[in-house]
Design a protein around this ligand. Structure first.
Ligand code: ADP
Ligand code: ASP
Ligand code: MG
Length: 592
């Protein structure tokens, strides 16, 4: 018999009426001949209320007790949904995470799923029950209740769909599907018919709260097609599926992370191992770091900037101050009033001028870019929080995301999507071991790139646009771009990589520009090492392990960029082979 997993988010079970409506949807699916597992979130804003309540009792509640408290939200709603199903004369049994055998690690408030035992759920389903499963929670090896992180019910749903080999996984929520950006922020956002795992994963981890990013890691690893749809209508929604055929649209969506904070460590000795000392301390605290930018050192001193979620700033500063002292940095600054705007698209890796188009849109809107990082499928910029909405709108419009792309790929609905990975192989490896374990697919070395660095770039709107417009006009293909902030006396620096054979031409173009930079430099003596896999940004350990392996081999990291798909580091060309060998050794056991 086909099996379907349906997940209802907080707003979809916010009132008794909505609970009854959700129960009806589950019953209908059962009557259509499916076995049905329903995953439920806490009612309405119950999780927020519980967090507020905790803070009234203790400003810094312990993570273990938070999980004990927050898990009650889902326990309330599963019981009520089961009662609702029973009221209509159907059989239902509610289960907590522990009762379902969802085993996690012990990182309270952001636990990762290790294993799920399906026996009990299967038996209940075979007995004709609709199984109502509590989202967001699990249990560690010592029987402590854990939670998976905010929005984690999506991850419960997709992971259950994976282990139960469900035929469908439906995420019922308060919007009609996945949009080009949050429709509550930009009413002109357009609903997408389909989106690839890679794009959804990137968008989710860059702020598109419609799906928990880790749920998409699961979906990609286990090849679970997901349908996101409205609880309040029968509209078909949006499908999240394996990679489509190549699309000529460079950008499919834009996302905003409003509550970001920037930290800069100044005057860091430019030596192997310093980044490791810093980021290790953040990873130990499971703080997600993004937009890591290292200034090219002035007098052997570098500035390292990066962003963290605002609510983790305090903790991050504690870690960073400790590390700064240890490595002999001259100071630490931070800014808690910034926001991150990103555009995402698998098409952008095949086109030039995408970054420039984004910078142009921001320049036209008079918005200053404080930091830039790019990767093969996303570009992120940091702006003042007060300008975030305007920035999002400018960028959304620059890529015409509000209008349907004329070459919109008609991906056949229901067509079997071929993942680039051998899904069944991975499934077998992970099913009984550690489901959210790091999965790496490749480690590679690219030697034919060159680095271009501009020092003395004024920190004003429009400069990045001017630079990349000139470079694009000259036909130079720009890959990694990083722009730091808080640089030398109100200036910033921009570094990017270009094909080796285009470097000289690119330098000429820059030297011929009206604006005179303090220094224009380039080096062909670089190598790019890439580690690719699934969910690499949420597995902060990858960048850390890379830093450590390279530091141990006495190799200095010059540039870094990260995406969900890949972590790239640029090192000196002479170190390329040695660096590759040490990364291969470090990640041997995680490669599939
Ligand atoms: P649920 O409680 O059902 O899990 P969430 O609030 O977690 O619901 O997620 C749905 C919300 O995600 C929407 O109300 C919308 O405001 C927001 N959202 C953010 N980005 C997007 C996007 N790209 N597409 C659709 N919704 C988005
Ligand atoms: N109730 C949890 C939260 O609000 C989990 C979820 O809704 O997905 O974050
Ligand atoms: Mg959600």
């Amino acid at each position: 018999m086909p099996l379907i997993v349906q997940k209802f988010g907080g707003t979809s079970v916010a009132t008794p009426e909505k609970i009854l409506a959700a129960a009806r949807k589950a019953i209908r699916a059962q009557q259509e001949g499916n076995q049905v597992v329903v995953v439920v979130s806490a009612m309405g804003h119950n999780t927020d209320h519980l967090i507020d309540l905790a803070k009234e009792v203790n400003e810094e509640p312990s993570a273990r007790e938070m999980d004990m408290l927050l898990s009650t939200g889902e326990q309330v709603s599963v019981a009520l949904v089961a009662m609702a199903v029973q009221r209509f004369g159907h059989k239902a049994v509610s289960l907590t995470g522990a009762q379902m055998g969802i085993r996690t690690d012990n990182s309270f408030t952001k636990a990762r799923i290790k294993t799920i035992s399906t026996d009990r759920i299967r038996k209940l389903l075979d007995d004709g029950n609709i199984v109502i499963a509590a989202g967001f929670q699990g249990i560690d090896d010592d029987y402590n209740i854990t939670t998976l992180g905010r929005g984690g019910s999506d991850t419960t749903a997709v992971s259950l769909a994976a282990v139960l080999k469900a035929d469908a996984c439906e995420i019922y929520t308060d919007v009609d599907g996945v949009y080009t950006t949050d429709p509550r922020l930009l009413p002109e956002a357009r609903q997408m018919g389909q989106i690839s795992y890679d794009e959804m994963l990137e968008l989710a981890s860059l702020g598109a709260g419609v799906m928990h990013n880790r749920s998409i890691e699961f979906a990609k690893k286990f090849n679970v097609p997901i349908r996101v749809r409205s609880s309040f209508s029968d509209a078909p929604g949006s499908m999240i599926v394996a990679e489509p055929e190549s699309s000529s649209v460079p950008v499919c969506g834009a996302a905003l992370t409003k509550d970001e904070a920037r930290i800069t460590i100044q005057g860091v000795p430019d030596q192997p191992g310093t980044s490791f000392e810093i980021f290790k301390r953040l990873a130990d605290r499971k703080i997600t770091v993004d937009m890591i930018v290292q200034n090219i050192g002035q007098e052997s001193l570098a500035d390292i900037s990066f962003t963290v979620p605002n609510d983790e700033l305090k903790e991050a500063l504690r870690a960073v101050n400790e590390a700064a002292k240890l490595v002999g940095a001259s100071g630490v600054t931070h800014d808690d009033s910034v926001a991150k705007i990103s555009v995402v698209g698998i098409g952008m890796s095949k086109q030039t001028g995408v970054a420039q188009r984004m910078f142009e849109a921001l320049a036209e809107a008079g918005i200053n870019i404080q930091m830039i990082t790019t990767s093969e499928i996303k570009i992120s910029v940091l702006v003042k929080r007060a300008e975030a909405q305007a920035a999002l709108r400018a960028v959304h419009s620059a890529f015409s995301l509000h209008s349907k792309p004329d070459d919109a790929k008609v991906w056949e609905m229901g067509q079997k999507q071929q993942s680039e990975l051998s899904a069944s192989e991975i499934v077998e490896r992970l099913r009984n071991s550690n489901m959210e374990q790091l999965t790496l697919l490749d480690i590679s070395l690219v030697g034919d790139q060159a680095r271009v660095t501009l020092l003395g770039v004024p920190d004003t709107p429009g400069l990045a646009e001017t630079v990349f417009k000139e470079v694009a006009k000259a036909g130079v293909f720009v890959d990694m771009i990083v722009q730091s902030c808080d640089g030398f006396q109100g200036e910033t620096s921009i570094s990017f990589t270009v094909p080796e054979e285009q470097m000289d031409h690119c330098l000429q173009v820059l030297k011929a520009m009206d604006y005179k930079f303090r220094k224009i430099g380039g080096s062909k003596d670089i190598a790019k090492l890439s580690v690719s896999g699934i969910g690499l940004r949420s597995h902060t350990s990858v960048a850390i392990a890379m830093f450590k392996a390279l530091a141990d081999a006495n190799i200095n990291v010059l540039m870094i960029n990260t995406s969900e798909l890949r972590v790239n580091v640029v090192i000196a060309g002479k170190d390329g082979e040695k660096g590759l060998a040490c990364l291969q050794k470090t990640f041997e056991s995680s490669l599939v």
